[in-house]
Design a protein around this ligand. Structure first.
Ligand SMILES: Nc1nc2c(ncn2[C@@H]2O[C@H](COP(=O)(O)OP(=O)(O)OP(=O)(O)O)[C@@H](O)[C@H]2O)c(=O)[nH]1
Ligand SMILES: [Mg+2]
Length: 350
């Protein structure tokens, strides 16, 4: 089982809350935040790393980033994480986590052996303009980052209750990393799981349990629905782009991989295991949900322009910032990133 090879870094309130959920399940988890108030919501968390000098400076993703860069001890702690796989969690919409996450990923990715998996909690469409813009910018920066693995885009629209989203996410990840099912014919082993997480692109996972009491097995169609529609992630694109598919069949169940392939796309490989505690299916190397994220960003930009226009008509002062807001393009393909990597020399100097 991979569980002991996994560490978690959560930044900001959303990120720290999810990281805490995994800490409760015995994962090595670090919680980074600058806000006293946020930290008070998770009083018994361990490994809380405080961004000194940042509390009260909120309001800008770049200020959050600057604060992290000045907190050398935190950078050192992150760079010294020993686990092979590091889940890096933050909400897209806030400032602290959203501003910190790309840099956290850069630091971890400086060690090319490490598998860095960002998990972004994406805001609902009706959240404030700035939250949507922050999330857009975070998604763009991560997609442009070289050397990181799969990105998991959680959709906060999936349930009204964010706690419920966290629970589903934490339970699915834990089931995936704790799986050690074995069968004589074929297995979805740890190296295959790592291969899937290392693969750039979007990653989605679904977990469904057979109801033994009612003798009701999870069907392939149930799993397809859970993987493509009824889940907690941003919708996957309907373009058939997929890297690998992994399936764990619950004991005595057998999902039809050909049907899953028909629904998602033709992968390079399909990894199948049996005798699991639950049914799990996952897909990696999916094209990024660029259209969805673009729409989220564009709607925010349009509303912002409208706001500014309105303000102009009532204001007697001329000093409002009415500069054209340019929304950068996110590339659809998975291409080499543009952002600079952090060198190992830098990390060694910390
Ligand atoms: N899924 C999920 N989303 C959350 C959670 N907490 C906050 N969010 C979402 O995250 C966004 C707000 O970001 P926070 O995580 O509070 O922000 P932050 O990183 O602490 O940054 P600041 O703005 O500086 O406080 C909103 O879109 C919330 O809906 C959580 O526990 N789970
Ligand atoms: Mg906060």
């Amino acid at each position: 089982m991979l569980k002991n090879d996994v560490a978690v870094v959560g930044a900001g309130l959303g990120g720290a809350t999810v990281a805490y959920g995994l800490q409760q399940k015995n994962y090595r988890a670090y919680l980074i935040n600058g806000s006293e108030q946020d930290n008070r919501t998770i009083p018994d968390a361990k490994n809380v790393l405080i961004l000194e000098g940042y509390d009260g400076l909120a309001g800008d993703r770049s200020l959050a980033l600057e604060a992290l860069q000045k907190n050398k001890q935190i950078l050192k702690t992150i760079s010294e994480i020993e686990q092979k796989i590091v889940l890096c969690v933050a909400s897209g919409g806030g400032y602290t986590g959203s501003g910190n996450l790309p840099y956290i990923c850069d630091i971890l990715a400086a060690d090319s052996e490490r598998i860095v998996v960002p998990i972004v909690l994406m805001p609902r469409k009706d959240e404030p303009i700035q939250k949507r813009l922050n999330a857009y910018n975070l998604a763009k920066e991560l997609i442009d980052t070289d050397g990181i693995g799969a990105i998991i885009f959680v959709n906060n629209e999936s349930y009204d209750d964010l706690k419920r989203i966290n629970i589903v996410l934490v339970n699915m990840l834990d089931a995936f990393f704790s799986d050690s099912s074995a069968s004589s014919g074929s297995n979805f082993d740890d190296s295959e799981k790592m291969k899937m997480l290392k693969e750039p692109g979007a990653f989605v996972i679904a977990m469904l349990s057979d109801k033994r009491a009612e003798e009701k097995k999870t069907t392939t169609q149930d799993m397809i629905n859970a993987l493509t529609a009824k889940n907690i992630f941003l919708p996957i694109n309907n373009d058939g782009i997929v890297g690998n598919i992994g399936i764990i069949n619950q004991k005595n169940n057998k999902l039809d991989e050909h049907e899953l392939i028909k629904a998602i796309g033709t992968p390079e490989n399909v990894f199948i295991g049996y005798n699991g505690n639950v049914n799990i299916a996952c897909a990696s190397g999916l094209s990024y949900p660029v259209e969805y994220i673009k729409k989220l960003g564009q709607s925010a930009v349009e509303e912002q322009k409208e706001r500014i226009e309105k303000r102009k008509t009532i204001s007697v002062l001329d000093d409002l910032n009415t500069e054209e807001i340019v929304i950068p393009e996110v590339k659809k393909k998975i291409t080499k990133g543009k952002r600079n990597r952090i060198s190992l020399d830098f990390l060694n100097s910390l």
